[in-house]
Write a protein that binds this ligand. Structure first.
Ligand SMILES: CSCC[C@H](NC=O)C(=O)N[C@@H](CO)C(=O)O
Length: 684
């Protein structure tokens, strides 16, 4: 670790984060009251630079913008008369606040509460409860849900005592003061909502993450009766919500690679007639659904790089009410919720773009009204050093147009380039504040252009486009990425001698794979990668994923489990490789990075391995994150220094990232981020 990169990262973190300490820095859940006069908001607050942000609920008065901190960890739900607000108070308890009297009662549940739904016109609350041993989704960072459990001493996915935790639906009855499980044993409930006949759910017969890929929509019939299946799909099912009168449900049918990252075709199922009406959203992949009233849904979606908000009626008609190619809302994908306003029906969303962090905004036909802006001098500073983001398009060798977002320093081109490949593969970039990973502004400020490509298989371009990666991972999408580098070179935007490839999860797989397929890369940095689909199949908690997306069986020796695994082509690699993994990752276990490192070392290639013992699929703790960024900058600087990168001979403090800050943070405690396992092999 060079002191220069270290001080760059520490200064970057201090200057971008310190001004936001103690304040909301993002918005993760928005719940408007039925009358639209108040909005319950959950967002993250960071108290100190060396602790991860924590979620907190707030209540905002729409007329005045007055904000009250409720505490709790969210999310929340309103009763239909607007007099009660339920919110997750601690990970395992729900608070129900009487907003008229101010009194509050708390209900303890036997696990981690993931979502809440108030029964229409009643006081009961439905809670989705996951047992402590249940897995987080890969999209949520993987690892066990239990925050307090000590890190496992053994390799987590090989620990046979690890019992997959179940997820169940529970009912809280405030009038009786009781809580009870309402889903039957033997059925795992991923999502649920009230309906006229009881409760509808996305459910599967097994609790493991892998079972989600085959989940169905069921009608729950109490804790002692098997549910009745009411909808199934060859793809995945999500975004379930029931109409306020409980007579219909809306959901999305989508090709998904991750639980919680859903973009697809919206459907409405009439629970009485059993008739399913497709919503005609055209080229828009639907990413969130919420009923405005008995007959109208507010839907959000992505169409290529554009974010779309629309209203859909029960007969499947679609009317766009807002769209932007420059701004977006939501987290992994666009998200917005309906709100009643004096100007008529509107929507509330956390709107952001590459230059502005999320701002809670109410949008009506009369215009936009910002209620809460999470911007602060730290985000202003980040904008000032983060360069410019442009949409860019190129053609793959087979003629298919591919789109992406290119972030460039404000210095003249050509720039050294980092190709930052998103995970999934069915996810997508759009012009958002964090561009999924939150690394781009630092890389741009260090002198690198960063390409965020949406190769075939990405979300937001329809189910046919998403399906192009099924049975062909590491196939045509490889050429979508290579052709991007060719196009940017031809346009004079980048220096082809200094191109790195990186990404996490599926992006980590593609980074390792590209290093085996082409020698043009100056550096490859696969993070949480898959490098051997065969061992991945037997160690991951989502082995349905590889079967679906390789469209093959692990026992086929001539099949894609072999032919698309980077490890079997390690001898071809000419690129220096830095492999990163999380010790608690159950999605792409750390063994995937370890195996590739050993294979590269066996062939005397230049490989470095860093495993963070206490991290999951995402590297979240501030210490490990800082270590990762320093390792990344050092590796890039070593193999493809940026012209505008800090000059090693320049005195500290003379580059934008090294200016001393007045309110500096404490240095990162070394014990928090010392990699347990780090190896280096200097190859030929
Ligand atoms: C390559 S195996 C699984 C990869 C994972 N997708 C499914 O779980 C993945 O790429 N996750 C992304 C999110 O899309 C990530 O960034 O973690």
């Amino acid at each position: 670790m060079t002191p220069t990169s270290r001080s760059s990262v520490e200064n970057y973190r201090a200057r971008t984060l310190t001004p936001g300490l103690g304040r909301l820095i993002d918005i993760t859940d928005i719940a408007p009251s039925p009358g639209g006069d108040r909005i319950a908001v959950t967002g993250n607050v960071m108290d100190s630079l060396d602790r991860p942000p924590h979620p907190t609920c707030h209540l905002i008065e729409v007329a005045t913008g007055k904000i009250r901190r409720l505490g709790g960890v969210g999310p929340s739900a309103w009763s239909s008369d607007g007099t009660s607000l339920a919110y997750v108070n601690t990970p395992t308890s729900v608070a129900i606040l009487d907003t008229v009297t101010g009194s509050r009662r708390s209900y303890e549940l036997p696990g981690v509460i993931e979502y809440l739904r108030f029964a229409p016109r009643k006081s009961s609350v439905l809670a989705g409860v996951a047992q402590m041993s249940a897995d987080r989704s890969g999209a949520d960072g993987s690892g066990a849900l239990s925050q307090d459990a000590p890190p496992l001493e053994t390799h987590p996915v090989e620990d046979s005592s690890h019992d997959a935790g179940w997820r169940h639906a529970w009912r809280i009855d405030p009038e009786e003061g009781t809580v009870c499980q309402v889903s039957p044993p033997g059925w795992n409930v991923w999502e649920a909502d009230w309906c006229a006949a009881g409760i509808v759910a996305v459910a599967s017969r097994h609790p493991e993450e892998s079972a989600w890929y085959h989940a169905r929509i069921v009608m729950l019939r109490g804790p002692h009766t098997p549910p009745r299946v009411i909808a199934r799909s060859a793809a995945q099912l999500g975004l379930l919500c029931a109409s306020p009168d409980g007579t219909a449900i809306a959901y999305a049918e989508a090709i998904c690679s991750d639980r919680g990252i859903v973009a697809g075709d919206a459907k409405i199922l009439d629970l009485h007639s059993q008739e399913i009406t497709p919503v005609d959203s055209g080229n828009v992949d639907v990413t969130s659904l919420a009923w405005r009233d008995e007959s109208t849904l507010l839907a959000t979606g992505q169409c290529n790089l554009t974010t779309v908000v629309a209203e859909a009626t029960r007969d499947g008609n679609w009317r766009q009410v807002w769209s932007s190619e420059q701004r977006t809302c939501g987290d992994w994908y666009p998200n917005a919720v309906p709100i009643a306003t004096d100007d008529g029906p509107g929507f509330a969303a956390a709107i952001h773009d590459y230059g502005h962090p999320p701002a809670l905004t109410i949008v009506t036909s009369a215009g936009e009204h910002t209620l809460l802006d999470t911007g602060n001098p730290g985000s202003d500073y980040r904008r000032s050093i983060g360069g410019t983001l442009h949409a860019t398009r190129w053609h793959a060798p087979d003629g298919l147009e591919i789109a992406g977002l290119l972030a460039t320093p404000n210095s003249p081109p050509p720039h050294p380039l980092i190709v930052l490949i998103h995970g999934g593969p069915v996810a997508a970039y759009r012009p958002s504040w964090n561009l999924i990973y939150d690394w781009t502004p630092l890389l741009v400020a260090s002198g690198y252009a960063v390409l965020h490509p949406n190769p075939r298989g990405s979300g937001g371009r329809g189910q046919q486009f998403a399906s192009l990666v099924r049975g062909d991972m590491g196939g045509a999408d490889t050429h979508d990425l290579i052709s991007a580098v060719d196009a940017l070179t031809q346009r004079g935007a980048i220096d082809p001698q200094r191109v790195a490839v990186t990404g996490r999860s599926y992006g980590g797989y593609m980074s390792a794979w590209l290093a085996t397929q082409d020698d043009r890369w100056a550096a490859a940095i696969p993070m949480a990668p898959v490098t051997n689909w065969i061992s991945q199949h037997f160690t991951t908690n989502i082995n349905s994923f590889d079967e679906i997306f390789l469209d093959d069986t692990v026992t086929n020796p001539a099949g894609r489990f072999f032919s698309r695994s980077p490890i079997f082509f390690a001898e071809r690699v000419r690129t220096p490789v830095l492999l990163i993994g999380g010790g608690q990752d159950r999605c792409t276990p750390p063994g995937q990075a370890v195996e590739f490192h050993h294979a590269l070392s066996h062939h005397e290639k230049d490989s470095t391995l860093v495993i963070y013992p206490n991290e999951g699929h995402h590297i979240n703790s501030p210490g490990a994150r800082s270590h990762l960024l320093v390792a990344l900058l050092d590796f890039l600087d070593q193999h493809m220094p940026a012209a505008g990168a800090p000059d090693r001979n320049r005195p500290s403090g003379s580059s934008p990232l090294q200016e001393p800050v007045t309110d500096n943070s404490a240095p990162v405690p070394p014990a928090a981020h010392d990699p347990r396992q780090a190896g280096r092999n200097r190859g030929r």
